[in-house]
Design a protein around this ligand. Structure first.
Ligand code: ADP
Ligand code: ZN
Length: 723
């Protein structure tokens, strides 16, 4: 019997690694991916350590490792990263490891089958069959799955046609590997300012080692072109690059831009990747067959063979914070990954997070500055429209002044963007007869009217229902009135105001597929629409050459809800949105409809005085001890019964270890007190910056009773949302 023992971490919600015997004749080392018995079944795991001094009394009770899988081992830097993230976020190590093993269904590459036209017309013709024949009418061989998708039929329809001899199947060679990007495919001519930044980045990559650079450039200054030089240098040096994007699915033009610079598209990694592509990409990344990955935050956990650079684009974006499962901030963890594996990290933004801004000011990060738009285009002029005095009539949302500006733009055959960060038709529906408000049965929230879909929807739990025929309270009919605007209502108003204009509404709930969205964004870029009405979906990174006017319909929307980051977020979002205007011709104009034109955020935006915003905000954070001058952690307790949640929250608070560095606030009922039928209470924990809050929290929670029954406890270190 074998005497060697290894500790194996499995991707389930457990912190500890379990000991298994190494079967005789097998060689296992830390990092190896193995199959081990777990309860009644086999489970994937990773050898985390050699267990050099196993307990001899337990030895006989240990199970054997089943087999070693034929994949490259997880490198020490990735294992160390998993440990670090788990230690910091208090997520279990198994759950963090799970993100690194999310490769979907590996296994031998499935044979690819192609189909092509072969013989006679089918005996029985159906609409579905006709579509298949049309899709294959070109006579070429199509991948079977693609043909089914193109024709909009199930693979069974195609099988039927093969059986009848109308089509024949052909075995195709395996999917081609991604071709290597060419660092010198098409280099841009840089302006002097760009060149200086590009040179500095090239040098940084060339020297290697851990550094963080904040690439701080106004919208349209060419940050992407500039950091591509860092990517090019990293490719030349033979290392892999990760470019993180806040919402990969939406960055329509980015892949093409990459291809224009490097000759091929990069590999993509995000949650919507089809399973086969996912498995193949995971493997190719591990085998060093992929040089550049463009991905959402989960791409941080891929098993890179030789990662040498991470670029975090739009580093300030709140989408980098993952809020379910393991709560982690991908920008911060990118910096951690760079420091563990000792390579450079580049953070790019026109409106850096207050955290990164402070790090740059204190010299912890190096700043590269691009203060001008490329090609001499000017930043848009921004004007406030005071809704207290210049607002539209009741029940309308576009002020006369904004309407006039849009009209001018349309006459010049340019585009306008109306921005409203609210999906649906109206955020609230009430009964005019009795004042009853339509509310979600599961949540402490109003139902949002989605007229395009003819449903009332809860944005917190997804509950939806057709609009009721009568008021549930007073039974009046036809008594419902919408209150406030969403993008769908705005479209109605715009269609009335601007007759004949081609209007497109872009909102995440209306997106049927990524392909469709990409096509729509392309339509906008090609000038096939005159007015775009959109939520934050349109705020990010898109380049619309004909767009010269941006109207912010409700600039106050994100302010004043007790969220300590509300000002920062509003500033970043509005700055970003207005930055969509005038990127090509430099005649951009922005209008902000606001009830508080004197708010520091509005003033900074109108004056184009970014510095004023940061100065104000940094002073405020410093005075109040909020991040990055202090640390925060949230505990969110929820239960089916209000008193159970509150009671557990109180018990937790009373067990908090006494420490003069720490303040525990709450439990207080959460701003949204009920979600999915669960009552929620929050505790907020504050400490100075130089304090190990993660360890404090771990000590605290290990000494507290575990949540039982339907009680749930969520731990959020560095919380970004406070609802
Ligand atoms: P940012 O990311 O800072 O908003 P981009 O990198 O998207 O800016 O650049 C804005 C536009 O200017 C893009 O269309 C880009 O292709 C173009 N551009 C920037 N720098 C150059 C350059 N040196 N040569 C040619 N085009 C450039
Ligand atoms: Zn709900």
């Amino acid at each position: 019997m074998s005497s060697r023992v290894v500790d194996v971490l499995v991707p389930v919600a457990l912190d500890q690694a379990y000991s298994y015997r190494v079967p005789d004749g097998a060689e296992l080392a830390p990092g190896d991916i193995v199959a081990v018995p777990m309860g009644a079944r086999d489970c994937l795991g990773v050898v985390w350590a050699n267990n050099l001094a196993p307990n001899p009394r337990l030895h006989n009770r240990l199970k054997d490792v089943d087999s070693k899988l034929d994949y490259p081992p997880l490198k020490p830097e990735l294992r160390q990263f998993v440990d670090w993230v788990a230690q910091y976020t208090l997520a279990s190590r198994g759950m963090v490891l799970r993100m690194a093993l999310r490769m979907g269904d590996l296994g031998p590459a499935r044979q690819r089958v192609g189909v092509r036209l072969a013989g006679p017309q089918p005996v029985r013709m159906t609409a579905a069959r006709a579509r298949v024949l049309r899709a294959l009418a070109d006579g070429f061989t199509h991948v079977k799955g693609d043909a089914a998708r193109e024709a909009g039929v199930s693979p069974g329809v195609i099988d039927g046609l093969i059986d009848e001899g109308t089509l024949e199947s052909v075995v195709l060679p395996p999917e081609p590997l991604m071709r290597a990007p060419d660092p010198d495919f098409r280099k841009p001519d840089f302006s002097l300012g760009q060149l200086a930044a590009a040179d500095a980045l090239r040098l940084t990559v060339n020297q290697g080692g851990y550094t963080v650079t904040l690439l701080d450039g106004v919208t349209g200054s060419g940050k992407t072109e500039v950091y591509f030089e860092a990517v090019a240098e990293n490719i030349r040096r033979g290392h892999q690059t990760l470019i993180l994007m806040p919402e990969i699915a939406l960055t329509a033009g980015f892949l093409d831009r990459f291809a224009a610079r490097f000759g091929v598209r990069p590999a993509e990694w995000h949650s919507q990747l089809p399973p086969r592509r996912r498995a193949r990409t995971w493997e190719a990344v591990a085998q060093d067959e992929v040089q550049v990955v463009v991905g959402a935050r989960s791409a941080l956990f891929l098993p890179y063979a030789d990662l040498g650079l991470i670029v975090v684009d739009e580093e300030h974006d709140p989408a980098y914070k993952q809020e379910d499962g393991a709560h982690y901030h991908a920008r911060d963890m990118a910096v951690v990954r760079g420091s563990i594996a000792k390579f450079p990290v580049v953070l790019a933004s026109a409106t850096p997070s207050v955290e990164s801004e402070v790090n740059a000011r204190r010299g912890r990060y190096r700043r590269l500055h691009l203060p001008e738009r490329f090609g001499g285009a000017h930043l848009p002029q921004i004007e406030a429209i005071d809704m207290r005095t210049e607002g539209p009539p009741r029940g309308r949302f576009i002020s006369p002044k904004l309407a006039e500006a849009v009209q001018h733009v349309l006459e010049r055959r340019e585009q306008a963007l109306l921005f409203l960060n609210r999906r649906g038709y109206a955020p609230l529906t009430l009964c005019r007869a009795c004042g009853f408000r339509l509310q979600c049965p599961n949540c402490d929230a109003w139902l949002v009217d989605h007229r395009f879909k003819r449903r009332l929807v809860c944005h917190h739990c997804g509950f939806s229902t057709p609009p009721p025929a009568e008021c549930p309270k007073c039974h009046a009919t036809e008594s419902f009135a919408p209150v406030g605007p969403g993008v769908e209502r705005l479209e109605q108003e715009a269609a009335e105001l601007f007759a004949g204009a081609r209007i497109l509404v872009l909102s995440s709930d209306l997106v049927e597929s990524i392909e469709r969205l990409r096509a729509e964004l392309d339509d906008v870029a090609q000038g096939r629409f005159d007015i775009v009405i959109g939520t934050q979906l349109v705020a990010k990174g898109h380049h619309f050459p004909k767009l010269n006017l941006v109207g912010i319909v409700d600039a106050d929307l994100g302010l004043g809800n007790g969220d300590p980051r509300a000002a920062e977020r509003t500033f970043q979002l509005l700055h970003q949105v207005v930055g969509r205007a005038g990127r090509e011709e430099g005649r951009g104009q922005g209008f902000m409809q606001t009830h508080q034109p004197d708010h520091p955020v509005m003033k900074a935006l109108i004056m184009g005085d970014r510095e004023a915003f940061y100065k104000n905000e940094i002073e405020l954070r410093e005075r109040t001890g909020y991040p990055p001058f202090g640390r925060l952690a949230s505990l969110i307790v929820s239960a089916n019964e209000r008193h159970a949640a509150e009671g557990y929250g109180r018990a937790l608070a009373s067990l908090a270890p006494k420490d003069e560095n720490v303040r525990v606030l709450g439990p207080a009922e959460a701003p949204i007190a009920v979600v999915r039928g669960r009552h929620r209470f929050r505790l907020l924990v504050k400490s100075p910056r130089v304090f190990d809050l993660s360890s404090y929290m771990r000590d605290w929670l290990s000494g507290a009773p575990k949540p039982k029954g339907n009680l749930q406890l969520e731990v959020d270190i560095d919380p970004m949302s406070f609802y």
